[in-house]
Ligand binder design. Structure first.
Ligand code: SAH
Length: 256
């Protein structure tokens, strides 16, 4: 038996947004390991499988368990919400593989990230250069997060803010907003999407000046427009540049 670890992204929440490749990997697994919040979204897929699920079990222990099982010759699937390579488990699996100098085969199956599903709900806010910044300072010093916010705001990137709030970090989003206001107008459009594709999904279109009035939770991603982003009929749109280049909105010259 040839054990392996597949790190699978299950998308933003609804089963409609899991890729067929991710489903196939889960179906073929002997053991499924993951954070219970994500596994709870997939009950039908887990029937008949060994499931190692615990919200208490630390990430590092969970990854070590994945290697222990794979070394017994089992096919292990490690589940992450969204995409497994974005603020998730793929990196830690490779770090532990390198630490153990493991010969276990590792495959990463991509998923639809929160930034993708939230952007789709809002309209077309990304469309041009964008950056994601996580406000979680569990693994990253807050000074680093602030430095990156200054850099991406100054460079006029559209900014997707992950992990905007938790019970222990209620004030970080206000500090981040104050940094962005040093570079952008208070009227800059801001999209706030909670639980995209899930039954409790909530979409709010606001602006930098008013965004803190909206409900912001751990399940929220916030997308802040660049200096050209505009809103139209409740949608958030970042122009790509067609208007200047192809004279969109002007009458087209008639072909002879
Ligand atoms: N790997 C995940 C990100 C995990 S970090 C991905 O690729 O999307 C957890 C953060 O992701 C949350 O705090 C929130 O900011 C964001 N997030 C995850 N699922 C979401 C959803 N359905 N709607 C909005 N934001 C979501």
């Amino acid at each position: 038996m040839h054990g392996m670890i597949t790190v699978v992204g299950t998308g933003p929440g609804s089963t409609d947004h899991i890729t067929p490749a991710a489903l196939r990997s889960i179906c073929e697994a002997d053991v499924v390991i993951g954070y219970s919040t994500y596994l709870d979204l997939l009950p039908d897929l887990l029937v008949g499988k060994e499931v190692i699920s615990s919200s208490m079990m630390q990430e590092v222990n969970r990854c070590r368990a994945a290697f222990d099982e794979a070394e017994k010759g089992r096919r292990v699937v490690m589940v992450s919400g969204g995409d497994p390579g974005i603020y998730a488990m793929a990196g830690l699996i490779f770090e532990i593989a390198a630490e153990r100098n493991s010969s276990i085969e590792i495959e990463v199956v991509p998923g639809i990230a929160a930034v993708n599903s939230c952007a789709a709900r809002l309209g077309a806010p990304l469309m041009h250069d964008f950056a994601t910044v996580s406000l979680s300072d569990l693994l990253t010093p807050w000074e680093t997060i602030e430095r990156r916010l200054h850099a991406v705001a100054a460079a006029d990137f559209v900014i997707a803010i992950y992990n905007p709030k938790s019970k222990k970090r209620a004030e970080h989003i206000a500090l981040a907003r104050d940094i962005l206001l040093q570079y952008r107008n208070p009227e800059t459009p801001v999209g706030i999407v909670k639980a995209a594709t899930r039954s409790d999904e909530r979409i709010i279109l606001s602006d930098l000046g008013h965004m803190l009035d909206a409900e912001i939770t751990m399940q929220t991603t916030i997308i802040v427009g660049n200096s050209l982003t505009f809103t139209w009929h409740g949608k958030m749109i970042t122009p790509r540049g067609y208007r200047g280049k192809y004279r969109l909105g002007e009458e087209q010259p008639k072909s002879e």
